[in-house]
Design a binder for this molecule. Structure first.
Ligand code: NAD
Ligand code: UGA
Length: 442
């Protein structure tokens, strides 16, 4: 089967590569020429572990190609995935301009029956809107090709995207068309035969499943973060609390790690979007609204804690702080809504100079933190970031920060404040004994 994937970002690229691995003939299309050129040269435009090897293998097998040509992609594909961005607008609602542009582009180039699959995260009703948009253009073109729109939300996590797509917990397919349903079963033949759970439903439910899942995880994180803040006040330990809570099968230990607040391209935007959908439909999403508020507070609390612990009447004037980890989570270069941005901006506002290091996030960080660029130096590794610093802050728990030579870190520093916003050293009392060590929720 010939598959077109429109939008070659974190989702589209991984999806395209994995579908090629499943034996489909895949064309990945994007409007960014530079991205496509890189991919044609075997270079990844993003950092995603394990992706490059599968990509190269499938390019060599001639099952995977890259283009900027929407006409060729539409004409040659039986199934077309839309995987473009749906960022937040000023009011929190999802910006559908990219999705609708793709719908128009497909309609203008359609040459026969197509299944159009929406992989992007979109508000309820978007599938119908895509359908109407395509139909209008086909009418204008005075052609009557048939087509079906399917909602097939994506649940991959950055940094683990390859594994998540090869062995997903579930595949959700929303469509009213039996024909499209059968075609989607063949697209995911490998997963279907491997007993991956499939949920077949209508488009509206599929669209809601995605927001409901992301918002639930965001609420779970905000919940444990709030418990962490209270634990600090009452002398309790949030890691032990989370461990004991997680032993209850109904709760599960996953997504109960307290930290500096959730970030990334999805939880922040999707919680805002579902809250907006709620308002538009007269149902206030009170729990989700609270999670959004708590997440904002959590990031500010991290800044307050650092200022309170190592500052003086002049705030952090004259202090040097080493920041370890900039990307919103480990194993990605993605800096969208990373907690490091708010934390660094807060520390700079209080007068600090920053020495930042991240294995993959620096390139993105440079422009996202341009507002405070005069106060930031980007360093080559964690030891450089600690040099002459009064304090260090682990913001993102990259593996290499778990096994640091703490003696070396300490000997490089001017003072000994160690803020571990991911609690990776909390249990290792001996290793941190020479530091003024502060975790989260303990
Ligand atoms: P992204 O910004 O990394 O990629 C989007 C790509 O679409 C870009 O390369 C852009 O150039 C391209 N594009 C925009 N308009 C286009 C057009 N008209 N024609 C062709 N290409 C076009 O975004 P992403 O992170 O991959 O997210 C895509 C969608 O998937 C979003 O709705 C997101 O919420 C959802 N999602 C993301 C993740 C994730 O981990 N990033 C996981 C699940 C779902
Ligand atoms: C998340 C979801 O986990 C995916 O299922 C979903 O497909 C994706 O959003 C999406 O829709 O884009 P992702 O954003 O890649 O994936 O990363 P997560 O691992 O979920 O982490 C999100 C944020 O929550 C990170 O900032 C992370 O540090 C934070 N987090 C996560 C915590 O603070 N504590 C936890 O216990 C777990």
């Amino acid at each position: 089967m010939n598959i077109g994937v429109i939008g070659t970002g974190y989702v589209g690229l991984v999806q395209g590569v994995i579908l090629a691995e499943f034996g489909m003939n895949v064309t990945c299309m994007d409007v960014i020429e530079e991205k496509i050129q890189k991919l044609r040269g075997g270079e990844l435009p993003i950092y995603e572990p394990g992706l490059k090897e599968i990509l190269n293998k499938n390019v060599e097998a001639k099952r995977l190609s890259f283009t900027t040509d929407i006409k060729e992609t539409t004409e040659n594909s039986d199934v077309i995935f839309i995987a473009v961005g749906t960022p937040s607008k000023e009011d929190g609602s999802a910006d559908l301009q990219y999705i609708l542009q793709v719908a128009k582009d497909i309609a203008n180039n359609m040459n026969g029956y197509k299944v159009i699959v929406n992989k992007s995260t979109v508000p309820v009703g978007t599938g119908n809107l895509v359908e109407r948009t395509i139909r209008e253009i086909l009418n204008e073109r005075e052609v009557n090709f048939t087509f079906d729109v399917v909602s097939n939300p994506e649940f991959l996590r950055e940094g683990k995207a390859v594994r998540d797509c090869l062995t997903p917990d579930r595949v959700v397919i929303g469509t009213k068309s039996e024909k499209a349903k059968e075609i989607m079963k063949s697209v995911y033949d490998v997963l279907y035969l491997n007993q991956t759970p499939f949920v077949f439903t209508n488009m509206e439910t599929a669209e809601m499943i995605k927001y409901a899942s992301n918002a639930f995880l965001a609420v779970k994180i905000s919940y444990i973060n709030e418990i962490a803040l209270l634990s600090e006040q009452v002398g309790a330990n949030v890691q032990e609390i989370a461990k004991a809570m997680g032993m209850d099968g109904r709760i599960s230990p996953k997504f109960l790690h307290a930290g500096p607040g959730y970030g990334g391209s999805c939880f922040p935007k999707d919680t805002l979007a579902i809250a907006d959908i709620g308002r538009k439909h007269g149902e206030e999403m009170m729990v989700i609204e609270a999670a959004i508020k708590a997440n904002k507070k959590q990031k500010q609390k991290m800044v307050d804690k650092i200022i309170k612990t190592m500052g003086n009447e002049e705030g952090l004037q004259g202090k040097i702080i080493g920041i370890l980890g900039l990307s919103f989570k480990p194993e990605t270069d993605d800096m969208r809504e990373a907690p490091s941005i708010d934390i660094i901006e807060g520390l700079v506002m209080a007068g600090a100079k920053i020495q930042a290091y991240c294995p993959e996030g620096i390139k993105e960080a440079k422009w996202r933190l341009r507002k405070v660029e005069k106060s930031i130096k980007y360093m080559d590794d964690e030891y450089e970031a600690a040099k002459e610093a009064d304090g260090i802050v682990i913001v993102t728990e990259w593996h290499q920060f778990r096994g640091m030579d703490l003696q070396r870190i300490k000997s490089n520093m001017r003072d000994n404040y160690f803020f571990d916003l991911r609690n990776i050293y909390t249990q290792r009392k001996n290793a941190i004994k020479d530091f003024n060590y502060i975790g989260v929720g303990n």
